[in-house]
Design a protein around this ligand. Structure first.
Ligand code: ZN
Length: 429
């Protein structure tokens, strides 16, 4: 078993800057690659990191701003040609992300918009986004197979909308189980990012340890709860003082404070979550020359007793925790699910609860028809030291978005959750 974290890009915000790519990260579990966000340059950074598009298993989108999704088309399309095992297409790349909000967020309390783009569907969710990417590139997908040996385009991607209870200031939100298999379990919770609702944070648990990703958020109790005891917390960071000194108006600054966690706050977040290492990314300002890595780490680490690292594009961490999910606990967790009755392969994206096939819309039914994957998890990673070669065939059936049941009893990081953190509710959108 081997798990590693790779930061593919660490710049915050949509505007490209020289010398730093947009927000994207990868968690590699036994050679299978799970990407979190697809900001500017993510596919190239993926290749630069030595990752293999035929091993891309799933993409997890924290929210639907362009600086987190802009290069999702490339992440899906550029590696299409290698996603085959002989003449058989590999299983689809799963794309998980926020569902569409109930309605277009109001512009109250923010800046005003003018034109509403696509008024018939003004706030599409992740499944809509992926569907439109495929539709927009239909020419490529329909015509290129006539001139090159390409896998079935119909097997390229499957999107899953994650239904979470939106963040509110007066109530904690229960994490949902996004997917799990024999090697990795991914959970998510709603965080607070201005009008970008829902916005998500993710946590990955494997036998080697755990990594949590804040997404874009203000200081958020849901995130702290989700990340508690993780080996690594990858957290966005902004320096509002710097922005105030470089042209941001008072009104802009006030609004920015309602979107992001400031560098003076993030150390306390990591301390409350009792994580082992805080790794900074999604820098605002994004320009590498604006603030040195040493300054970012020094200021962010105040109030945090663990390790603080200023992330950079290409940074790697191998997880070697002795307290990650053991094979036994992974099996136990799986058995616990199966004791309650196995989920069908199809799950309803916008509900965590048991599927009633009569209620599955055609798109969801098609989207959830995952197939078992071949054993493509052979990985060699010289950065993680010698002897870390793995050939494990994992059970890759994904069990879709579900509520966390007795989370504290099943997720084990560096430090265990407190009994009071155990939650047993079932969520609906
Ligand atoms: Zn962002």
């Amino acid at each position: 078993m081997a798990t590693k974290l790779v930061l593919l890009g660490t710049a915050g915000g949509p505007l490209p800057v020289a010398g730093r790519l947009g927000t994207a990260s990868a968690v590699v579990v036994d050679g299978r690659v799970f990407v979190v966000d697809c900001g500017r340059g993510a596919p190239s950074a993926f290749a630069d990191a030595g990752l293999d598009f035929s091993h891309l298993d799933a993409v997890f989108v924290t929210h639907l701003h362009a600086d987190h999704t802009g290069d999702l088309p490339g992440m899906l399309l550029y590696g299409w040609g290698v996603r085959a095992d002989g003449d058989t297409a590999l299983p689809p790349i799963r794309v998980y992300g926020p569902t569409q909000p109930q309605m277009l967020p109001s512009d109250a309390g923010g800046f005003a918009r003018q034109t509403i783009i696509c008024p018939q569907r003004p706030a599409p969710g992740t499944a809509d986004l992926v569907g439109h990417i495929l539709a927009g590139y239909a020419y490529h997908l329909n015509v290129m197979p006539l001139d090159a040996r390409m896998p079935d385009a119909g097997a390229l991607a499957r999107a899953v909308d994650i239904a979470v209870t939106p963040h509110t200031t007066d109530a904690a939100t229960i994490p949902v189980l996004v997917c799990e298999d024999a090697s990795v379990r991914v959970t998510a919770v709603a965080v607070s990012h201005g009008h970008a609702t829902p916005a998500l944070a993710y946590r990955f648990d494997t036998a080697d340890g755990s990594v949590a990703f804040s997404g874009d958020t203000t200081v958020n109790d849901n995130l702290i709860s989700l990340a508690t005891g993780a080996d690594i917390l990858v957290h966005q960071v902004a320096d509002l003082d710097y922005l105030a000194g470089h042209g941001l108006s008072a009104a802009d600054l006030e609004h920015m404070a309602g979107l992001h966690t400031d560098v003076t706050q993030v150390g306390a977040v990591a301390e409350r979550a009792q994580v082992g290492e805080l790794i900074l990314h999604h820098y605002l300002p994004a320009e590498p020359g604006a603030i040195t890595e040493a300054d970012w780490a020094r200021r962010a680490g105040q109030g945090f007793s663990g390790i603080t690292t200023a992330g950079r594009d290409g940074l790697r961490r191998a997880l070697r925790s002795a307290t990650g999910l053991t094979g036994r606990s992974m099996s136990a967790a799986r058995d616990a699910h199966e004791d309650r009755g196995s989920l069908p392969e199809q799950v309803l994206p916008r509900s965590c609860c048991r599927l009633d096939p009569r209620t599955v819309p055609p798109r969801a039914s098609a989207a959830m028809a995952f197939r078992a994957a071949p054993n493509n998890s052979l990985a060699t990673d010289s950065d993680d030291g010698p002897g870390r070669h793995h050939t494990r065939a994992a059970d890759r059936r994904c069990r879709g978005p579900r509520p966390i049941m007795a989370l504290g009893t099943r997720i084990r990081g560096r430090r265990h959750r407190r009994p009071g953190d155990v939650r047993t509710a079932c969520m609906r959108e």
